[in-house]
Design a protein around this ligand. Sequence first.
Ligand code: NDP
Length: 453
Amino acid sequence: MSEYVQQLMADVVAKNPSEPEFHQAVHEVVESLELVFERHPEYRSARILERAVEPERVLMFRVPWMDDRGDVQVNRGFRIEMNSAIGPYKGGLRFHPSVNLGILKFLAFEQVFKNALTTLPMGGGKGGSDFNPKGRSDAEVMRFCQSFMTELYRHIGPNTDVPAGDIGVGGREIGYLFGQYKRLANEFSGVLTGKGLGWGGSLIRPEATGYGAVCFACEMLKTRGQELSGRTCLVSGSGNVAQYTVEKLNELGAKAVTLSDSSGYVYDPEGIDPEKLAWVMQLKNVRRGRISEYAEYVRGAKFTPFDPSLGHNPLWTHEADCAFPSATQNEINEQDAKNLIKGGVTVVSEGANMPTTAQGVSVFLQSKILYAPGKAANAGGVAVSGLEMAQNSMRYGWTRDEVDTRLQMIMSDIHTSCVTAGERFGTPGNYVNGANIAGFLKVADAMIDQGLV
Ligand code: NDP
């Protein structure tokens, strides 16, 4: 690592203590960018990276609300407005007890480069709360969302900052958040994406991240003259991204054999076919139950609870061809990465954000498998959010086919950008470098054009 990058990382760590996920996300990007700085000292002298690691604005606020028993609850709300060089801040809201400033800063940082890759005019941001929707009634979730938006609404807008969903924020939460925004701002605008179809949402938005991650895997396989059909796939998570990943895998003739949630995972050697997937969607989206119930519903399926003392995740030990991590950050460590390779996996397409630790990423890169980082592989979600914004501006909705065609074109363009940037900077086949470099160049050039702001 060059002295410049070492110093930059030391400053990031010193200035942002107790934010290991943020350090990890920055480290991955700056490592890739060493190649760029050698050839383009102008980015260094404009101190683009030093500016990019500093959010343009961080909002942190109290979210008081009342539970069903009449007790007062207090959570913490955040919005990180990271970078607006190429468009309004854009990125999801996460409601999960693990949420803190560092996690949201890592997500916002990643989002800046991901959004740049989509070719759409969107800056990067992320937000959320340490609120845990699990086990809460609809009325409690509504009261929380209303209180959260009562502060957030003054900072966002269709041309300023456009939040969307993420872990713990799906259609129900976006509905409550939008309703409160509309009431406070007295306007009906495209201020959130992931809206319901009947009130400004886009077709394919719920499906987009999972479909996009599968599409990216197909693009990678094409470079080796291969396809997904007939391949066995490991999928983690059982929320929005995991569900539509499995749907697309089924459509393309592949077989998904695992799903998980925070308590454990299920292995179904026969494959999670469309009928079983419909049952999972009902379980997770309507009944809000646990994935362990799958093993009671499907004969031959096995549930294994997670055991943190194990040091690895047994989901990744099954023999398979492809892996689609779609739950959360750092769910694949070095041992998991080795287990995946040992089990025959040659394609990893990340639906989740930063699901692989830095050591795990090194294992993938050294083994020369087809490995797509989340920044590229899961960009389909925000891409269709961008298309939702475009449709809202036109006050017009595209058909399912129109949106799907655009999504596939965007994923294919992202793939091409990664491949081209990787080759141009001397690391062909390295999608990590390709994604970081291609995203960075677009943002950096815009920052230089716009002067020192
Ligand atoms: P959901 O809330 O719909 O689902 C999340 C899934 O991951 C659930 O099965 C959940 O289990 C599991 N999970 C969450 N946290 C943990 C944890 N700490 N340990 C183990 N399992 C966990 O979220 P999404 O599907 O929307 O998001 C999944 C990933 O994809 C995230 O990394 C997100 O940032 C990323 N992403 C999402 C996009 C989107 O459009 N939704 C776009 C791009 C990326 P449980 O129910 O037990 O909590």
